[in-house]
Design a protein around this ligand. Structure first.
Ligand code: FMN
Length: 408
């Protein structure tokens, strides 16, 4: 298969783990990457070595494994939680970090740090988040409505990346993740895409929903196809890919260069095994037994402990993941309750060993999963929708809000 080029970065498998706050941390990213690499091997395709000097940072054999969104302000202040969030999966040849910010200056500074200090080989900018705490400050998916601010942030980001990349010897690409708009009557994606491409953004990911939709309803893949026709840079389609059939349909109907998968990987990292194998020409469909899922859970738990260096914290985080992993298996409420309270790896191992390892992968584990909910009125700064340019008052408010944004 042809590689996809995102600036200087070459992608041999056009897959992206869509960033998810609280989910796509180093252990989770590593699991997904390993699954994709195993899928490529299962397809009999060659996986280039990730640590062969010249390729490092510019060649992604299995896909892009994007860090959960990091707040630019927290990053430049080097808050400990944020510095922990950007820790790389050390075997990932291309380190991808997603930034959220509302200040061009702070975003540029965050990018300088990430590139010069070698935290990242790819920067993604978040213009898709619908969370009220983000949009009410004018950030995430609310931001592209203000064309001047959007332009300023993109310009500052691309310039900062270019400048900082000189030290690295290759140009670190900046990409952007966008939604369709604020709601059905306030579309932003076309303007945002044109501006981003004109100012040097190397690829776009379009989540086919508006802010008002949050995660409800169906993602509009048709817009992804229109975006592909509109721009010359690669487009990643995003929204509602839960298996290989969905990916095949999305790529076939839209012509997008690759797919970004979020919720479909929750408790199911082997979706990347299936997708990578398919993209490299094999029709394998991993359907792990309960015993095989247990092994993945244990590995996830071990990686989480290594990441946090705090067993209790790691196990607390694992509780949510385990509920997703065990979805659809016949276990009974008491067994599930036990997993919802685990505090040590030994206890996790013990509880998993009590399960029937031969239980086959259930049909109920397939299909849609993760956050869904209902449409809601977006939370926006005052008079946000009145014009496409920032008023002086809004500009001052945003500058102040930037300082307050705490994202770890
Ligand atoms: C729990 C959760 C956290 C998310 N956090 C982020 C984030 O930090 N940055 C981002 O760009 N998108 C975030 N998203 C959106 C996903 O990346 C993705 O765009 C969305 O879920 C649609 O894709 P999917 O249908 O494959 O899940 C989040 C989604 C969920 C469910």
């Amino acid at each position: 298969m042809e590689t996809v080029r995102i600036g200087a970065l070459e992608l041999a498998t056009p897959l992206m783990l869509s960033p998810m706050a609280g989910v796509t941390n180093p252990p989770f990213r590593q699991l997904c990457r390993e699954q994709a690499e195993a899928g490529i091997k299962a397809a009999g395709a060659h996986v280039p070595s990730p640590s062969t000097g010249a390729l490092k940072g510019t060649f992604a054999p299995a896909g892009l494994w994007v860090c959960e969104m990091v707040t630019t302000r927290a990053l430049i202040e080097r808050r400990p939680k944020t510095m922990n969030m950007i820790q790389p999966d050390t075997c990932d040849p291309v380190r991808s970090i997603q930034l959220y910010g509302v200040s061009p200056r702070v975003t540029a500074e965050a990018i300088r740090i990430l590139i010069e200090e070698e935290w990242a080989d790819h920067i993604d900018l978040n213009f898709g988040c619908p969370a009220p705490k983000v949009t009410r400050r004018g950030g995430g998916s609310a931001l592209p409505w203000k064309l001047d601010l959007f332009r300023e942030i993109i310009q500052a980001s691309v310039e900062a990346a270019r400048k900082a990349s000189v030290k690295r010897g290759f140009e670190i690409p900046v990409t952007a993740k966008i939604r369709l708009g604020i709601d059905d009557t306030h579309e932003t994606w076309k303007d945002a895409a044109r501006i981003a491409e004109d100012l040097g953004v190397s690829a776009l990911t379009l989540h086919g929903r508006t802010t008002a939709q949050y995660y409800s309803g169906r993602a509009a893949w048709q817009a992804i196809g229109e975006l592909v026709d509109m721009v010359d840079i690669p487009v990643f389609g995003n929204g509602d890919v839960f298996d290989v059939d969905d990916a095949r349909e999305m790529m076939g109907s839209t012509g997008c260069a690759g797919v970004a998968i979020g919720r479909g990987a929750q408790g199911r990292p082997w979706i990347f095994y299936n997708l990578a194998a398919w993209l490299h020409g094999a029709d394998v469909h991993a359907q792990p037994t309960l015993g095989e899922v247990s092994e993945i859970i244990l590995r996830h738990g071990e990686l989480a402990i290594a990441h946090y260096d705090d067993e209790l914290k790691a196990m607390r985080e694992m509780r949510g993941h385990i509920a997703s992993y065990l979805r659809g298996f016949k276990l009974g409420g008491q067994v599930r309750d036990g997993f919802a309270r685990i505090t040590t790896l030994d206890e996790l191992r013990e509880r998993l060993s009590e399960l029937d390892a031969s239980q086959p992968y259930p049909k109920a584990a397939d299909g849609r999963r993760g956050r869904a909910g209902a449409p809601k009125r977006p939370h926006l700064p005052e008079d946000w929708l009145d014009s496409r340019e920032l008023t002086e008052k809004q500009r001052a408010k945003i500058a102040a809000a930037e300082i307050d944004v705490s994202g770890g």
